[in-house]
Design a protein around this ligand. Structure first.
Ligand SMILES: Nc1nc2c(ncn2[C@@H]2O[C@H](COP(=O)(O)OP(=O)(O)O)[C@@H](O)[C@H]2O)c(=O)[nH]1
Ligand SMILES: [Mg+2]
Length: 245
């Protein structure tokens, strides 16, 4: 049976956080009686991420779960793309492994797509700051705000927060765009939204609850530098017609 929703979790070195998150997601699917599959993508972890995922999913053996693993770390963007290409449902969502946005926020993203109003919906930490429970460390949070401004300026996208790890897609309209995507690391969120907007898909930034969870693997210096390179790459691609179909 084809599920109604595919939930994708990109995971890199997540042995500490992933088991509990998988149980929360599968428990939610079971409680809400959703027709949903879970796809975990182990992005070349050197720890026990895949084994932990398999064992956590074993507690819910009635629910369809797929664990995809490849040996070399490619980046969150590559992991999410891999998951989306494997998604069987007409509606796909990806969520960070730490469930910074609780899975109970899912209806906020999927209902506008199910109603046929939007093609891509995505969580935002900027639209309603009251929904932030546990904040990131002050420096990281300020850095994030500056990065969001840079992204807005360089991409021309009108959104306040493009980087929240909680996004949903109408796959009928979004899948054909996946082959145009070129960015494997954290700039992929911007490229997804940029290419979707370029092809006139309907995008909606939606305020969601969010809590910082210890154990971030983002390196502020390295990943900020990469992000700037990737933003330039998106602009260059757009100029050269790379995103045309
Ligand atoms: N840092 C990092 N995260 C990755 C990578 N591939 C997949 N991910 C996943 O991307 C998500 C976001 O990472 P996280 O460390 O929670 O980022 P933060 O909360 O923004 O600091 C998690 O689900 C990671 O497991 C990768 O190469 N590097
Ligand atoms: Mg996180």
């Amino acid at each position: 049976m084809i599920p109604a929703i595919s939930i994708i979790v990109p995971a890199y070195e997540e042995q500490a956080r992933l088991g509990d998150s998988i149980k929360q997601i599968l428990g939610y699917i079971e409680r809400e009686k959703l027709s949903a599959e879970l796809i975990v993508v182990d992005d070349g972890s050197k720890d026990n991420t895949a084994a932990i995922a398999k064992s956590a999913a074993g507690d819910y053996s009635d629910l369809p779960t797929e664990i995809i693993r490849y040996e070399t770390n490619r980046g969150k963007g590559y992991a999410v793309k891999t998951g989306l290409l494997a998604a069987r449902a007409p509606l796909a969502v990806f969520s960070d492994a730490d469930l910074s946005t609780p899975i109970e926020e899912l209806p906020k993203l999927i209902e506008p797509i199910e109603r046929g109003e939007y093609d891509v919906t995505f969580g935002s930490r900027a639209l309603d700051r009251r929904l932030i429970g546990e904040h990131q460390p002050w420096r990281r949070e300020q850095g994030g705000k500056v990065m969001n401004l840079i992204i807005k300026t360089m991409s021309g996208l009108p959104f306040a927060d493009t980087q929240c790890g909680f996004k949903a897609f109408n796959m009928k309209n979004f899948r054909p765009l996946l082959e145009k995507m070129t960015i494997d690391r954290f700039g992929f969120d911007v490229e997804f939204l940029f290419v979707a907007a370029y092809h006139n898909l309907r995008l909606k930034e939606i305020p969601v609850r969010w809590n910082n969870v210890e154990g971030s693997k983002v390196s502020v210096v390295r990943d900020t530098r990469r992000m700037l390179t990737e933003l330039n790459q998106i602009r260059r691609n757009a100029r050269r017609g790379v995103y045309k179909i």
